[in-house]
Design a protein around this ligand. Structure first.
Ligand code: XIL
Length: 361
């Protein structure tokens, strides 16, 4: 290959740009988090791993990764009797290569399920077998590679009632007598524990960060599980802030009551949505500072409680985020890096929290 003088200059510039980006006097996010014993993660989409800026930012700034979709039923189970681990394995291998821990997401959810499962008219007994087989197979495949699983995702609604699902009550995996309670959740945790006794097992949910009927139901289940020895290790708090700032005191109290049960807290899917124009540009400049404050508050709350062991954002940079889709493209710009992978005020805010927040006890 002939390298022209012009092209050579390009290469030098690109290399220099990369180097300048990586030299931050106070250290990268993962370096600072590592010193505090905190896992700092990002949801990863396999489609973007071919983009150099994406992978560079991911590996440089985060010490934990979670497949955004690749471990969900619809991705792993194209048909009843087959598994396709290709995309999930690609993410796991990337993470391991870059010394990042992997969170698994998820083994049971009412959403993102394949059509053959949803429209298969399976009996309770058949569903029970399918679920047990799925959990054993998937958690077994990733034994020793996935350190923590979201075993069950979003089983309760905002009123604290169990949501309708094939696993719970339509028809549900359990006998009728047991189907009106958390038996199916307990069962999933027991199967996951049998498949990988070392993995930390989490219940993950959204809009249950503050004290409210939703988080009360999760707390009641957690207390029951801990009392009866069901293998539950932690609660995942999604923290998708799509509609303004949360009540920080209430979040801290909720984290405290859960960690008092001996549970870990992982902040699993954080993003802080801002109003954007059709091109995805932030409408008000001050919003970036407001957003930074939200991130900083949450990081401080997590750091102040030693049971809060991970903080993860739902994506790497604003270029790719589910928020646009979730808000009909009225909001976006919700992550720590902008569309060009440049750090935003929120990035600096989390670093400040890591540098200055006192240790939790
Ligand atoms: C979202 C993904 O970001 C999208 O790519 C996908 O189309 C739908 O799921 N709560 C969860 C995540 O637990 O799995 C969801 O992820 C966002 C809400």
């Amino acid at each position: 290959m002939r390298v022209t003088g012009k092209c050579l200059l390009c290469i030098v510039l690109v290399a220099g740009f990369g180097a300048a980006q990586s030299v931050r006097p106070e250290g990268t996010l993962r370096q600072l988090a590592g010193r505090r014993g905190l896992l700092i993660g990002a949801a990863v989409n396999v489609h973007y791993l071919s983009e150099a800026a994406y992978t560079r930012t991911l590996a440089r700034e985060f010490n934990m990764a979670e497949p955004e979709d690749a471990m969900k039923w619809a991705a792993l189970r194209p048909c009843e009797n087959c598994f396709d681990f290709t995309d999930a394995d690609t993410i796991v291998n990337f993470a391991r290569l870059h010394d990042m821990k992997v969170r698994g997401h998820n083994l049971l959810w009412h959403s993102y399920n394949p059509d053959w499962l949803m429209q298969g008219h399976f009996t309770s007994k058949q569903l029970s077998h399918l679920l047990q087989d799925h959990i054993s197979h998937v958690a077994g495949h990733y034994r020793g590679k996935v350190f923590a699983w979201d075993v069950v995702n979003e089983a309760f609604d905002e009123n604290g009632k169990l949501r309708n699902s094939i696993w719970y009550n339509q028809p549900g995996i359990s006998r009728p007598l047991e189907s009106q309670n958390t038996f199916f959740i307990e069962q999933a945790f027991r199967w996951a524990h049998a498949a990988d006794p070392q993995a930390l097992l989490f219940y993950n949910d959204s809009e249950a960060e503050e004290i409210n009927p939703h988080s009360d139901a999760i707390y009641a289940m957690a207390l029951d599980f801990k009392t009866r020895g069901v293998p539950l290790d932690g609660i995942g708090m999604q923290m998708h802030f799509l509609r303004g700032a949360p009540n920080y005191d209430s979040i801290a109290k909720n984290i405290k009551r859960l960690t008092s049960l001996g549970l870990q807290i992982h902040i699993t899917e954080m993003d802080v949505a801002l109003p954007v124009d059709a091109a995805g540009r932030v409408l008000h400049v001050n919003d970036l500072q407001w957003q930074a404050n939200v991130y900083r508050h949450i990081a401080e709350i997590c750091l102040a409680n030693s049971g809060c062991t991970a903080l993860q954002t739902w994506g790497v940079a604003d270029k790719y985020s589910w928020v646009g889709w979730a808000t009909h493209h009225t909001k976006g710009a919700a992550l720590l890096f902008d569309k060009n992978y440049q750090p935003k005020p929120a990035y600096k805010a989390i670093k400040n929290a890591l540098l200055h927040t006192a240790y939790g006890h």
